[in-house]
Structure formats: structure tokens, C-alpha cells
Design a protein around this ligand. Structure first.
Ligand code: ZN
Length: 271
């Protein structure tokens, strides 16, 4: 065990040696994320304090440096540990600094998410990782993406005033999952509520860990809907297969044809 720790420390040192220095604006942006996230917690009435973030936790690497440590990933990786969490970015894979900032925000939201380690596995936000299976991986990413976009959009004016961002929009965060949006929209419709109200419950639970509200998905879309969503993205798949899965899951939530829905459930839940 001790040996393992030493090894990890050594790896950490080498990694630091290969780092690209961060410019003052980036440091300013990372520091300002503290208040942006704090504000979000307040708006959502979350009682706990967000974890403090600092620029030491963000590591910029070039393509080769990054590949050496994370051969499986392509752009960004967050390593979550109780003592110190670190975010590693392959700078060569980004087109603009705004894209880098959006990714840093995204990864820090993973860090702020509800965290629980038990014999049943690790939970961060909605994502549950067990030895042989994973749950709600896609849903978790969809929520974090939507929230990233929202936080940066909400504070765009101030970020511009402080010369932290220059571009009109954050190009990389245009992605807003149509699956998540459809789910929110239809639950709101069924419950006769505003979409915003439903979305708030989804994002708050990311930090509090309360998953009870997910039962609404089953109520709105039918039996096994939650299982379908839970399994979505949980296995390694080829790009083509992934696209097909995405298409099917979107259609499942979008359309009301029971036969079509049953077909999709059978295909992915193997029954
Ligand atoms: Zn993510």
C-alpha cells in the first residue's frame, strides 16, 4: 500500500514536470469559478459549501504528455480523490481557450457532485460505478453539460468585463442533449409545471445525491424507462453503435408509440 502511494507520488511529480504553465487569465478564470459555483449553490438552496477550487488543481499538458498518462482518454481527465482532485487537459485537442474554460468548468462540476464510496461502488452525481457495471453515465454527463453552459452563459457579461473571455459564445458548449431536454419537457408537461422547475430538481440532485425524483421518469415514460437510461453509455461501444444507441434512446423518449418503444427496450435491455 505504502509502495503504491510512493509510486503515485512519483507519477505526480513527473507529470508536474511536463506541465505547460498557465497564463494569468486562466488562473483568474479558475479562481472566479469559486464564486460562480457558490452562486449556483445559493440559487439552488444547497446547504453545503462547494469545495474550494484553485489553479494548482488544473494541469495543462501537450498531446504527448497527456497520452503518456491517459492513453484511454482524448481531451480531459479528472482524477477525484478525497485529499486532492486534479484535472488534466490535453491542450492540443482544443480549438480555443473558451473551449478549455468550458471543459475546466465541466470537470469542476464533477468534483462538486455528490460523492459516495461504499462496497457497492463509487457514486459521483448520478453516475454509479461498480466493479462490472456502470449506471447513469450519460445522464450525468448531459446534466453537467447543460449546467456548464448555463453557468457560463449566466456570467458571460462579467467574464467579458474582466477580459477572461473574448468570443461571443462558448463554441464547445453548444451541445445541449436533446434526450435530457425531451425528458425535462415531457415531465413538465405531465406535471403541469414549468420546465425550469423540473430542471432545477435535476441539477440540485447532482450535488445532493437525492435520486428519488428519477421515479418521475418511469411514471412519465413507462416501465423500464429508467433502466434504459441507466444503461445508456454504460458499455464500450464503437462510434457507429453509439450513434445508433443515441438515436434509439432519443426516439424512445420522444415518441409515444408503445410498439416502437417496446422494440427499443427489447433491443437494449435484452429481454
Ligand atoms: Zn464529464
Amino acid at each position: 500500500m505504502e509502495n503504491m502511494e510512493k509510486q503515485l507520488n512519483k507519477q505526480e511529480e513527473t507529470r508536474t514536470a511536463e506541465e505547460i504553465e498557465k497564463d494569468p487569465t486562466t488562473i483568474k478564470f479558475i479562481n472566479s469559478l469559486n464564486s460562480l459555483i457558490e452562486k449556483e449553490f445559493e440559487d439552488l438552496d444547497i446547504e453545503k459549501e462547494p469545495k474550494e477550487i484553485n489553479s494548482e488543481m488544473v494541469h495543462f499538458l501537450n498531446k504527448d504528455g497527456y497520452k503518456k498518462y491517459f492513453p484511454e482518454e482524448d481531451r480531459a481527465k479528472i482524477v477525484l480523490s478525497p485529499e486532492q482532485s486534479n484535472i488534466y487537459l490535453n491542450l492540443d485537442s482544443f480549438k480555443s481557450i473558451e473551449e478549455v474554460y468550458a471543459t475546466i468548468t465541466h470537470e469542476f462540476l464533477h468534483l462538486q457532485s455528490f460523492l459516495k464510496k461504499s462496497k457497492d461502488g463509487i457514486r459521483t452525481g448520478y453516475n454509479i460505478v461498480k466493479e462490472k457495471e456502470e449506471h447513469f453515465t450519460a445522464l450525468n454527463e448531459f446534466i453537467i453539460n447543460k449546467l456548464t453552459k448555463e453557468i457560463l452563459k449566466k456570467n458571460e457579461k462579467e467574464l467579458k468585463e474582466e477580459n477572461i473571455i473574448i468570443e461571443k459564445n462558448f463554441p464547445s458548449i453548444k451541445y445541449d442533449s436533446p434526450i435530457l431536454n425531451t425528458i425535462i419537457n415531457k415531465i413538465a408537461e405531465k406535471e403541469n409545471k414549468e420546465e425550469e422547475e423540473i430542471w432545477e430538481i435535476f441539477k440540485k440532485s447532482l450535488f445532493t445525491g437525492n435520486l428519488m425524483h428519477l421515479r418521475k421518469i418511469e411514471k412519465t415514460f413507462g416501465k423500464n424507462s429508467l433502466k434504459l437510461l441507466s444503461k445508456f453509455y454504460s458499455k464500450e461501444k464503437s462510434r457507429g453503435e453509439r450513434q445508433e444507441e443515441h438515436f434509439d434512446v432519443l426516439n424512445y423518449f420522444r415518441f409515444d408509440n408503445p410498439e416502437e418503444k417496446e422494440k427499443i427496450l427489447k433491443k437494449y435491455l435484452n429481454y
